[in-house]
Design a protein around this ligand. Structure first.
Ligand code: ZN
Length: 321
């Protein structure tokens, strides 16, 4: 139960279809989490109204006073600059918006901070997940796309316009002819995302006559590619090896620049577990020549909750600002 004297943090992960919310103790224990559908429209006004109503309802139910709410953090699927301003977020249908101000209307006096969801997932993992106890953490999220976040000296690196940690769009293949969703060519996302790995597998099937468990299938998933790889499928292994090589190159570049102690791998693709992590660690070690201590490479731990943890951690930071 929540105690009268204690202070609490709320972490909110706002997505295009649902809003995840979590109530946390100040030291980062998740006390309760819940989820609501996202109501789009009116440049986010309906969505912020719903979030405010949901948080107030929770406070009322738990007998929490306004002063016990130490801060609210928001993660959104878009670029958020240092002032908390979003120029445009297609998924949420908002433009020229400062979410902290919008939500702040409902919570006068309560510190509210907003950040990019992938960045906040990294902050969440660094705070209470696989990066716990370490000050320099990089997280790479391998999902439909590739996202990421950099935590250095325990703080999130956002950059001057909120674009830091866009690991998915690091160019790792200068000879690529196909376009990335960003308009560039040869981005990490084109190889190491779930869609990228499926595409590498399709290429492998096209370029070779070798037998494969996936040959002749109309459609298959990234999970199927890893399963085939585990079953000794030569072409699936080639596709995974290619993805791993690009990912390891990106990790080497990141390590060279920010010198993390730990690199975390999360997102749906990371469910492949050892089938991904074993070759990835091996290849990464081969590339790291300069450092005496090679960053540890670990699986992320918090899954879909990383975002609410990170949002709560961001809210905690606002205590001192
Ligand atoms: Zn790109």
């Amino acid at each position: 139960m929540t105690s009268e004297k204690e202070a609490y943090l709320v972490g909110v992960d706002v997505g295009g279809t649902s809003v995840k919310l979590g109530l946390f103790s100040e030291d980062g224990r998740l006390l309760e989490k819940w989820e609501n559908p996202t109501r789009l429209g009116e440049n986010g006004a309906l969505m912020f109204e719903d979030i405010a109503g949901s948080v107030m309802e929770m406070c009322k139910r738990r007998g929490l006073t306004r002063s016990q709410l130490r801060g609210i953090g928001l993660g959104v699927p878009g670029v958020v600059d240092a002032r908390g301003h979003i120029e445009r977020c297609v998924n949420l249908g908002v433009s020229d918006c400062v979410p902290a101000d919008e939500l702040g209307r409902h919570f006068p006096g309560t510190p509210i901070r907003c950040g990019n969801d992938a960045n906040l997932a990294a902050l969440g993992e660094a705070w209470r997940g696989a990066g716990r106890g370490v000050d320099h953490v990089v997280m790479i999220t391998l999902g439909t796309g590739v996202g990421g976040g950099i935590v250095t000296n325990g703080k999130l690196l956002t950059g001057f316009q909120g674009m830091a940690g866009e690991i998915g769009h690091m160019a790792v293949e200068p000879m690529e002819t196909r376009l990335c969703t960003c308009g560039g060519r040869g981005c990490l996302e084109q190889y190491a995302s779930a869609t990228g790995i499926v595409r590498l597998m399709r290429d492998a099937l096209e370029e070779s006559d070798a037998p494969s468990l996936l040959r002749g299938k109309d459609s298959f998933s990234c999970k199927d590619v890893f399963a085939a790889c585990a079953d000794g499928d030569v072409l699936a292994k080639a596709a995974v090896t290619k993805a791993v090589r690009y990912l390891a190159v990106a990790m080497q570049h990141i390590a060279q620049i920010v010198d993390p102690e730990r690199i975390l791998i999360g997102g749906g693709v990371s469910r492949a577990g050892d089938e991904l992590m074993r070759p990835l660690r091996r290849r990464f070690r081969e590339l790291m020549k300069l450092q005496s201590k090679i960053p540890q490479v670990r699986l992320a731990q918090l899954g879909n909750d990383a975002g609410i943890y990170g949002a709560a951690r961001l809210a905690k930071e606002s205590e001192n600002s």
